[in-house]
Write a protein that binds this ligand. Structure first.
Ligand SMILES: Nc1nc2c(ncn2[C@@H]2O[C@H](COP(=O)(O)OP(=O)(O)OP(=O)(O)O)[C@@H](O)[C@H]2O)c(=O)[nH]1
Ligand SMILES: [Mg+2]
Length: 235
């Protein structure tokens, strides 16, 4: 159906959830499109769920909540895609550290002709800690080398997907954030289009991810994905 499903993965976001979901809803209402906001929570141990339930109750069907048992942004995304009402999916981080006011309309427009839209901090601008920038740069270079895709931002936030085009790959999504890389690879292999647009990101708060665990997970995922693709190609 025509409209936008905005997916917001959340983990222990009691401090910012209410204000930021309200901001997002106000902005989307102003766009005069059909929309919904899907808050996808797994494993929060603070008041996130209680706050999200209140937002749902006040929203007249515009805000929905998914509560999953196991932690992981991949699971959160996968569950939200499965139940989304609209064909244009836009993933936004709860901290709203990306300029969503310009990203959402541009992304929605470009999803008319592309299967995936990547909001890229690397071609835009970013204020993030140096370690995170360096680790991202290493991953970007390695992905280009191993998978041949020129993708300059592999984070989960500020991305758009056409639901019908990514549905065939839903079962390939695992617990973590590697799905962004995997989906772009699969979509380009299927001969479909993706595009990158610059975003401005100002994110200086402490990450919800453990940097060491996330780094290890990303590199392990990349190597095993690359091996699987090689073996499939050789078979
Ligand atoms: N559902 C779910 N959401 C999570 C989980 N871990 C983090 N998030 C959410 O994912 C989004 C991104 O988390 P952040 O801590 O802002 O990530 P970041 O380090 O700024 O990410 P980068 O853009 O890669 O630098 C936020 O909305 C978090 O609440 C998780 O295990 N499950
Ligand atoms: Mg953040």
């Amino acid at each position: 159906m025509k409209g936008i499903s905005v997916i917001v993965p959340v983990y222990n976001e009691e401090k910012i959830l209410s204000a930021n979901i309200r901001k997002l809803a106000r902005f989307l209402s102003g766009m005069r499109v059909k929309y919904e906001i899907i808050i996808s929570d797994n494993g929060s141990t603070d008041r996130t769920d209680e706050i999200a339930r209140r937002l749902v109750a006040e929203s007249r069907g515009k805000v929905r909540l998914l509560t999953l048992a196991n932690r992981g942004v991949g699971y959160a995304f996968k569950a939200a895609v499965a139940v989304a009402r609209y064909d244009k999916l836009i993933s936004i981080d709860a901290d709203l550290t990306v300029d969503y006011r310009s990203f959402i309309p541009e992304c929605a427009m470009l999803l008319g002709t592309n299967s995936i839209i990547i909001g890229s901090k690397t071609v835009g601008s970013q204020r993030r800690p140096l370690t995170r920038k360096l680790l991202s740069a290493g991953f970007i270079a390695l992905t280009h080398l191993m998978l041949g895709i020129r993708l300059t931002d592999h984070s989960i936030g500020a991305k758009g997907y056409r639901r019908n085009d990514i549905m065939p790959f839903l079962s390939d999504i695992d617990r973590g954030s590697f799905y962004v890389t995997m989906l772009v690879y699969k979509i380009s292999k299927a001969g479909k289009r993706y595009a990158e647009i610059p975003v401005v990101c100002d994110d200086r708060r402490k990450s919800k991810f453990s940097i060491s665990k996330e780094t290890l997970y990303r590199f392990k995922s990349l190597v095993s994905f690359w091996l699987r693709e090689k073996l499939e190609y050789a078979a």
